[in-house]
Design a protein around this ligand. Structure first.
Ligand SMILES: [Zn+2]
Length: 266
């Protein structure tokens, strides 16, 4: 049986799931395994845990949440022996709004799966990163950095420097437009430019295929074009969602968030 993981560098894997086209990262160190994001339900997380067991016998000792969205955090409770890390606002959000976030997950999973989502035990990160930190896995270090507002207020970029692999969370998305519903369209362009400056042989977005430097640069330009369109809309008072790098539904969502973001800044 071939393993469902892609090895991106020695002991660094990603698992791309058909469900939500989600990417999970797995980093193996001398002392144990670090998992990046935990999927959308206990059942999905149990599947992930089983698959990791086919990769190594080392214990799963660390989990990092790239941000607080349910598809990245609802499996946290399935790794009881692991220390869960995340941005301070990822922890705060899950404490304050984790139960509410189940409604979004039910919207995706469907009423037939309501019980599956309601059964999720919300487990916020116990270890917070603000703005950066690192974890020693034994012979290798993993870096976690908050580079600014973007897809949410709590996006961590997770880097494995010895192999040049970067896990970008949903700051980048391949094969589909980025999700702006909780985003900061103006700040996001600066945050991804900062991310682009990181030396990476390979970048793993939160969803979709692995990205090379050109693909990252292309998405940075698209995100900048969204910001420019929103700035023009604010200046003129007219926003046309049919003009932009992404479908009008995404552009409209970005526009709503841009108005909020600018109000916060003023
Ligand atoms: Zn997300």
């Amino acid at each position: 049986m071939s393993l469902p993981f892609d090895e991106l560098g020695e002991g660094v894997f990603r698992r791309r799931y058909a469900s939500l086209d989600l990417n999970i990262g797995v980093v193996i160190g001398g002392d144990g395994v670090l998992v990046i994001d935990t999927r959308a339900s206990h059942g999905q997380a149990e599947e992930l845990r089983t698959e990791i067991g086919g990769l190594t016998e080392l214990p799963i000792r660390w989990v990092v949440n790239t941000h607080w969205h349910w598809d990245h955090t609802f499996g946290n409770a399935i790794f009881p022996d692991a220390a869960v890390w995340g941005h301070r606002r990822c922890r705060d959000y899950l404490i304050e709004h984790g139960e509410e976030a189940k409604q979004g997950a039910i919207g995706w999973a469907g009423e037939a799966n309501r019980a599956v989502i309601e059964a999720v035990v919300i487990r916020p990160p116990e270890f917070v990163v603000d703005p950066d930190g690192s974890i020693d896995l034994g012979g290798r270090t993993v870096r976690m950095e908050w580079l600014g507002l973007g897809h949410t207020d709590a996006d961590l970029v997770v880097t494995v420097p010895d192999v040049g692999v970067v896990f970008a969370g949903d700051l980048l998305e391949e094969g589909a437009p980025p999700y702006y519903g909780d985003g900061y369209p103006f700040a996001w362009q600066d945050t991804v430019n900062e991310l682009r400056g990181r030396t990476a042989t390979m970048t793993v977005p939160g969803h979709g295929d692995v990205m090379n430097a050109d693909a990252v640069a292309d998405q940075c330009e698209e995100i900048a074009a969204v910001a420019a369109a929103c700035a023009e809309g604010l200046a003129s008072g007219v926003f046309d969602p049919s003009h932009g790098p992404y479908p009008s539904e995404t552009m409209s969502s970005a526009w709503e968030r841009a108005k909020l973001e600018r109000r916060v800044e003023d």
